[in-house]
Design a protein around this ligand. Structure first.
Ligand code: ADP
Ligand code: MG
Length: 923
């Protein structure tokens, strides 16, 4: 059944000479019987046994098992060979402390994929005289009991071969005897190979003794024996030996009988002295005749691959977590941070700006589509750059592009630069507050929902009226050649509530307000805009639902935080609609906007790159920015600081009074004092330029200009103004002719059309795009940038942490392996393969991974909730910004498992490749 040919093992220590531990040994073992490997310490017995069991790798020769040569065996084949045919018993018991006695025994069966029954376990325990010990823990057992558990474990799978290395070495002689008795019993139908240095035991139990010295077999004897009745008086003659009763004295007749017996036998024998026991074995030996052992024919050999049940792997693995608790906690914390950052990065990265915008637009019923032209400025930081629309006016070709790409009709809206941003929400509004009763109580809260001025000019012709779906509810459209306009029914609302009167030059006018019953009553009335009385010729219903916002003006106590968010949201929506839709537009006829621009080119803003500043270089720079031509002012109102002039020269300016007041205030002196000092009247003309692609500016002072007069408050309708000579005006004036502030159209009704517009609004081409302007996009754009930047940071930091966590995890597993080497060795000796070992450590990492998964998932979930809440609060939009869904849960799960697998695979792989004997010896 088992045969070795030419078996050789050389130990090559790093230092010192190689040791030939097993030297070209040839042996053939029988199918049953008890074979002892006997020899002094260091003679090569253990090495021999380990080679026989496939625990160690030989250098030369072969092992033949059931007729199959081991020549082509790999490590895993040796593992399966042990699993299938071998029961191994060590000197140091080697049972798993994590499991009770029954489970230790069951493990051997489970590795063979055999069914485990209590009956079977109990039966085995009975065989080794441990009946009823199944639920005991190993640490409650004596050495002899432990060794018998090890024997039971070897026995339970009913192996054909049992190998035992010094099984009694750690036991006292009585328990040692019990163990050997057990093995002897087993050898009746199994091959039992026992390593021992105890000749007495060997000669007593062996059927064959192979004696080794220096790696050689120096003697090989077969033992025979018979049981005789030891209670006989005198001598008892067996076939090979003679038993002498205790205290017996040989007579002459006995001597003769012995001589006769020896003569008949012819080859010597044993004379044994009996003890008190009832029976005794008389023994004799002859040199082993291996030719009597018939070699087995090939084909009987079949291997069972081991398979450690996951439950057991898990149990052994999880027990490893009890050690190095601090390290474990740190490992888990770091991994959680890593996974958390990953999860968050993915959540942020999967934020779908287009869909969120589309959905929010639909949800908020935004019925206008307003585009602003924006240019891209690169930015050297986490953000790639920003789209800036601060000074990008639109021209006719821009409208064509927008119409072509979005499929909706848009018209240009013009907001004169000189209009003050005097609206509480920062919008440019030209007020008509002198024409209605401002004493009327429009609101009981801080929110204003009614119009008190216009936000700009837009052309409303028949084509736009049809495209927009607006209804002309009174009058007609405006004629562009006259000072005519159409207003929205929303504007009319203000007058319906607070009455109407004509524009009054005198602010303290007591003229009564006329009652307006319905929008149509506004037709024929005039409103003064930039000094022009515009006649209202029609009123349109722009489909605006004012009721949606009425709750803002009603006193309401006991609002919860969600109501407050809702209010902010509603207000933001309304303000954007007022600023950017037809709602507050002066709706004029074709060509009228050009007329307004013509008019305004005489009073306009300074070009963005130029500035006129007070006190160059000092902390309180102050810039007037409205330019006025000399012929646009009433020169009789000018207060000249020297001689009155008919015209200004290149370096002379006239300022509005407020400019001088501010300068005086900055200096901490009165106006009178300031005017006395000519130096104080020096202003600087400068130019600034953008440097590179960033935002840095370089400024340069070109000239000093002298204030020669000022315009007192009553003489002008504008502030921060500067009057220049014609030449300087041409150079510095920002011309608005042919330019529009934004493009305005009607938002389509279907989600797919809205999406198309939203998509286009975020598609930049050649550094230019047409940004959709409304409360939704306005608020969400900022978030998008932040999310992009954050997700980049999170991914980077996350990767860093993940690497760190993997390393921590790997070292944790490594240290755990070092701790468990013994156990791995035991499992390997029973027949567990490398993959079973991997299962154990993977289940250990798996436990860690699951803790990580649960913690980090919870963390990301909470973070997402917080971000959503924060986003709602800061944008005032009632949308869910971040979605933490199955995708992120799945991702976190995969990442956790992958890291765990990797962290256990590398150290375990290294370990599983080792020879089992190294694992057992804990090397
Ligand atoms: P025994 O079991 O008979 O006491 P061993 O098989 O353990 O003997 O050892 C045989 C010889 O091999 C001895 O000289 C021993 O020192 C040497 N030896 C055993 N194991 C190793 C090893 N791992 N490395 C180097 N030499 C070894
Ligand atoms: Mg030994």
């Amino acid at each position: 059944m088992l045969e070795v040919r030419n078996l050789t093992k050389v130990y090559k220590p790093k230092k010192g000479v190689p040791v030939l531990a097993v030297d070209h040994v040839n042996l053939r073992f029988p199918d049953k019987g008890m074979v002892f490997l006997l020899g002094k310490s260091g003679s090569g017995k253990s090495t021999m046994l380990n080679l026989l069991g496939g625990l160690d790798i030989y250098d030369d020769g072969e092992i033949i098992i059931k007729g199959k040569s081991s020549k082509n065996f790999k490590q895993k084949d040796f593992d399966s060979y042990r699993n299938t045919y071998l029961g191994f018993i060590f000197q140091e018991y080697n049972i798993l402390e994590e499991f009770n006695v029954g489970a230790n025994i069951a493990l051997a069966l489970q590795l063979q994929s055999q069914k485990v029954t209590d009956e079977k376990i109990n039966q085995i325990l009975e065989q080794v005289d441990l009946a009823g010990y199944g639920n005991r823990k190993p640490n409650e057992l004596s050495g002899g009991q432990k060794q018998r558990v090890a024997i039971a474990r070897a026995l339970v799978k009913d192996p054909e071969i049992i190998m035992a290395d010094e099984p009694t070495g750690a036991l006292d002689s009585v328990t040692g005897k019990q163990v050997l008795d057990t093995l002897k019993k087993l050898s009746r139908d199994k091959l039992v190979i026992v390593v021992s240095h105890d000749r007495e035991f060997a000669e007593h139990y062996a059927d064959r003794i192979i004696e080794m010295s220096d790696g050689h077999v120096i003697s090989d004897m077969e033992y025979f024996g018979e049981e005789v009745d030891a209670s006989n008086e005198g001598l008892t003659f067996g076939s090979d030996s003679i038993l002498v009763a205790p205290q017996y004295h040989l007579t002459q007749a006995d001597l003769d009988a012995i001589n006769e017996w020896l003569e008949v036998k012819g080859n010597g024998g044993t004379i044994a002295v009996g003890n008190q026991s009832d029976s005794y074995v008389l023994r004799s030996c002859t040199p082993t005749d291996e030719s009597r052992i018939i070699p087995q024919i090939a084909g009987a050999f079949r291997l069972i691959k081991s398979k450690l049940p996951m439950r057991n792997a898990f149990k052994i693995g999880a027990s490893g977590l009890k050690h190095k608790k601090f390290r474990l906690v740190i490992t888990i914390l770091l991994s959680c941070v890593a996974y958390g950052l990953f999860g968050l990065a993915d959540t942020l990265a999967s934020y779908d700006h287009i869909n969120t915008c589309t959905k929010s637009i639909m949800d908020s019923d935004i019925n206008y589509a307003t585009f602003q032209k924006a240019q891209f400025y690169k930015y050297n930081g986490l953000m790639e750059g920003i789209w800036d629309s601060s000074d990008s006016a639109l021209k006719d070709e821009d409208f064509e592009k927008i119409e072509k790409n979005t499929g909706i009709k848009v018209v240009g809206a013009y907001v004169p630069q000189t209009w003050e941003t005097n609206d509480p929400y920062g919008n440019s509004v030209n007020t008509f507050q002198t024409q209605y009763d401002t004493g009327y109580e429009f609101t009981k809260t801080d929110y204003h929902i009614y119009a008190y001025g216009f936000s700009g000019y837009a052309t409303l012709d028949q084509e736009m009226l049809d495209a927009s779906g607006f209804h002309l509810i009174a009058g007609r459209l405006a004629d562009g050649s006259k000072d005519e306009m159409v207003i929205s029914s929303y504007i009319a609302q203000t007058f319906m509530l607070a009455g109407y009167r004509e524009y009054q030059e005198n602010e303290e006018s007591t003229t009564r307000y006329e009652t307006i019953k319905e929008p149509a009553d506004m037709v024929g009335k005039t409103i003064r805009i930039d000094g022009v009385d515009m006649e209202i010729v029609g009123v349109v219903d722009t489909g605006f639902d004012l009721d949606r916002y009425k709750s803002l003006t009603e006193e309401n106590k006991g609002l919860n935080s969600m109501d407050l968010i809702l209010q902010t949201a509603l207000n933001g929506e309304l303000q954007k609609a007022r600023e950017l839709s037809f709602l507050q537009m002066i709706m004029v006829g074709d060509g009228y906007i050009q007329k307004v621009q013509e008019r305004n080119s005489k009073i306009c803003k300074i070009k963005p790159e130029y500035f006129i500043s007070y006190h160059k270089g000092e902390e309180y720079d102050f810039y007037p920015d409205t330019l006025i031509r000399l012929d646009q002012i009433d020169q009789s109102k000018v207060i000249w600081l020297g001689e009155p002039k008919k015209s200004l020269s290149k370096n002379e300016i006239i300022l509005t009074q407020d400019c001088l007041e501010q300068a005086a205030e900055m200096k901490g002196i009165g106006l009178e004092e300031l005017l006395k000092d000519p130096i104080e009247l020096n202003y600087q003309l400068g130019k600034s330029e953008r440097v590179g692609e960033g935002w840095e500016e370089e400024t340069e002072f070109e000239d000093t200009v002298q204030v020669v007069g000022y315009l007192p408050y009553e003489s002008t309708s504008f502030y921060e103004g500067v009057v220049l000579d014609d030449q300087s005006f041409e150079k510095l004036a920002y011309s608005e002719k042919g330019k529009y502030t934004f493009a305005i159209g009607a938002m389509p009704k279907s989600a797919s059309d809205v999406k198309k517009i939203v998509k286009y609004a975020y598609t930049g081409k050649g550094g230019v795009r047409y940004t959709l302007q409304n409360s939704v996009t306005y608020e969400l754009d900022g978030l998008d940038e932040v999310f992009k930047a954050l997700s980049k940071i999170f991914v980077r930091v996350g990767i860093f942490f993940a690497i760190f966590a993997s390393v921590m995890m790997a070292t944790f597993i490594s240290s755990s392996i070092a701790y468990k080497k013994q156990e791995i060795g035991i499992l390997r000796a029973i027949g567990a393969r490398g993959s079973d070992v991997f299962r154990i450590f993977f289940s250990e990492s798996f436990v860690i991974a699951m803790i990580n998964f649960v913690l980090s998932t919870t963390g990301v979930f909470i973070a997402t909730l917080l971000v959503n809440r924060l986003a709602r609060r800061s944008t005032g939009l009632l949308v869910t910004i971040l979605n933490f869904d199955l995708r992120q849960v799945g991702l976190l799960f995969l990442v956790s498992i992958a890291v765990a697998a990797l962290a256990s695979f590398l150290p375990v792989n290294h370990n599983a490749r080792k020879r089992p004997i190294d694992a057992i010896r804990n090397r």
